[in-house]
Ligand binder design. Structure first.
Ligand code: ZN
Length: 142
C-alpha cells in the first residue's frame, strides 16, 4: 500500500500539537515545560536523531511560530482599529508577546520539528531504543 504523504503529515502534526510522541502518539514526552524526555515512554523512539545540533531546527520552528504571533497581533490590531491604527497598542503588545511567546511555543517547536523530520526522514530501526525515563505523573489531590 503506497504511503500517503498528506495523511502522514496530518497524523504527525496532530501528535506534535498534542505534545505526544510524534512517532506513535504515546506520551507524555515532557517532564516539564522545558524538559523533553530523550525517548518516547511508549515506543522508545529517540527524539534527538543522532546528529549534533539537532535541535537547531526546533529553534527555527520556534522563530517561525513567534513571527506568526507577531504578524497576527500586528495585523490584527491594524485591522481592528482601522482607519486610525492604535500604534501604541500594537507596539506594547508586540513587546510583551515577543518576550513571552518563545517560551510558550517551546514544546510545540520541538515536537513540530520532530514531526517535520520524521516526514522527511521516516523512522528506521536505530531510532527506537528502550524507554529510558517516564514522565512524572501528576499526583491527585489528597
Ligand atoms: Zn512513541
Amino acid at each position: 500500500m503506497p504511503r500517503s504523504l498528506t495523511r502522514d503529515a496530518w497524523r504527525l502534526t496532530r501528535h506534535a500539537l498534542r505534545l505526544r510522541c510524534v512517532a506513535c502518539g504515546g506520551g507524555p514526552v515532557f517532564t516539564s515545560w522545558f524538559r523533553m524526555l530523550p525517548n518516547c515512554p511508549s515506543c522508545g523512539f529517540t527524539f534527538e536523531r543522532g546528529e549534533r545540533g539537532y535541535w537547531l531546527g526546533a529553534y527555527f520552528v520556534n522563530l517561525m511560530l513567534v513571527e506568526s504571533v507577531f504578524c497576527l497581533w500586528f495585523f490584527g490590531v491594524l485591522l481592528h482599529t482601522w482607519p486610525l491604527p492604535n500604534w501604541d497598542l500594537a507596539q506594547q503588545g508586540i513587546i510583551v508577546l515577543m518576550c513571552v511567546s518563545p517560551f510558550v511555543c517551546h514544546p510545540w517547536s520541538r515536537t513540530l520539528f520532530v514531526a517535520f523530520d520524521l516526514l522527511v526522514r521516516p523512522p528506521a530501526e536505530p531510532d527506537f531504543a528502550a524507554p529510558e525515563e517516564r514522565a512524572a505523573r501528576i499526583r491527585p489531590l489528597a
